[in-house]
Design a protein around this ligand. Structure first.
Ligand SMILES: *[C@@H]1O[C@H](CO)[C@@H](O)[C@H](O)[C@H]1NC(C)=O
Ligand SMILES: *[C@@H]1O[C@H](CO)[C@@H](O)[C@H](O)[C@H]1NC(C)=O
Ligand SMILES: *[C@@H]1O[C@H](CO)[C@@H](O)[C@H](O)[C@H]1NC(C)=O
Length: 297
């Protein structure tokens, strides 16, 4: 029982321990104040068009933990279709693959279904320079670069914005993987999706570190509460059983204690034998109670 309990507690901490693939990035404004901070493991799943026009899928590409944040911005006017959206942008540049970056866009713009006082992640783009990853993108046209992006429709804001938002001043924490489709419309290029794992992020920051932590709605039930509840129930059962056992033991007269001591070493034959003896002594009730308790082990 006790090792089981420890296992339950270990499961709670597992998410915090797998940190080696988790990058930590932040963006400073020109006057030196922090505007975006993000900790996450970012995995990309990209398809691409080969020389012969066939579609192929590259394996999972992880954004390097040492990606640089050059050309990120605390205030950028982003062109979205015909419109301009005031945004904050985290740009992650692959240090060893020239021409590769991921840009993560945040806004407070109400046209994207963001409530007053909230900010949201509304777009992720990936710029891929196939030539600088020749082992992954085989048989691609020389010097070809493609930018994967979502087409944003103001009348039907993207799914990502519905999910990845919180109040200005708060930090969003999502230990489970959150997967998003960047593009699935063949008219806008090959399919792409991104997954964010062990995510902690905040944009439109008001202080010099993460604010109040708000856990993603989906994670709260599954990941955090279940092990806690199970552990508590197990701990309760263990305690109850132990206490009940010792109370019984303490109440048993010395001669019965001597009999029960043997019983743990020997087998059922002894149990029946002992039961009979106790009935003769008129102590059957205590004895039966004790047996019920004992069967729990
Ligand atoms: C720093 O710049 C941001 C905009 O980039 C502005 O909102 C903020 O008020 C500035 N802070 C100071 C202390 O000047
Ligand atoms: C940053 O932007 C400048 C100007 O547009 C550009 O010359 C430079 O290559 C960019 N750097 C990265 C890493 O994208
Ligand atoms: C793409 O990668 C190739 C090979 O590393 C490099 O020569 C080229 O300049 C890169 N293109 C861009 C736009 O970064």
């Amino acid at each position: 029982m006790i090792p089981l309990l420890l296992l339950g507690l270990a499961a709670i901490n597992a998410a915090d321990l797998s940190d080696e693939n988790r990058g930590q990035w932040s963006v400073l404004s020109e006057n030196g104040t922090l505007c975006i901070k993000m900790y996450a493991q970012i995995d990309l799943k990209l398809s691409y068009v080969k020389d012969d026009d066939s579609l192929a899928e590259a394996g999972i590409i992880m954004v390097p933990v040492d990606a640089t944040t050059e050309n990120s911005s605390c205030y950028e006017k982003v062109q979205v279709g015909e419109d301009i959206v005031d945004s904050q942008v985290l740009q992650l540049n692959f240090p060893n693959n020239e021409g590769w970056n991921v840009r993560i866009y945040y806004t407070e713009d109400a046209r994207l279904d963001v409530d007053p006082g909230d900010y949201a992640l509304y777009q992720v783009t990936v710029t891929a320079n196939y030539s600088s990853m020749p082992d992954v993108f085989k048989d691609t046209p020389k010097g070809h670069t493609h930018t994967y992006y979502s087409v944003i429709d103001f009348t039907d804001p993207p799914f990502i914005a519905n999910d990845e938002y919180t109040k200005v001043g708060d930090c969003l924490y999502c230990p489970d993987s959150q997967a998003y489709i960047i593009n699935e419309d063949p008219h806008h290029g090959p399919p792409a999706s991104v997954s964010l794992t062990n995510l902690q992020m905040q944009a439109y920051m008001t202080g010099d570190d993460f604010g109040k932590i708000v856990t993603c709605a989906e994670d709260e039930n599954e990941l955090d509460l279940v092990p806690v509840i199970v552990s508590c129930i197990l701990a309760g059962l263990v305690l109850f059983t132990l206490v009940a056992y010792f109370v019984y033991r303490a109440r048993l007269p010395i001669d019965i204690l001597n009999i029960t001591e043997q019983e743990f070493e020997e087998d059922e034959y002894e149990l029946h034998h002992e039961k009979q003896q106790l009935h003769e002594n008129g102590q059957g009730q205590i004895n039966n109670g004790f047996h019920e308790q004992e069967q729990r082990y």
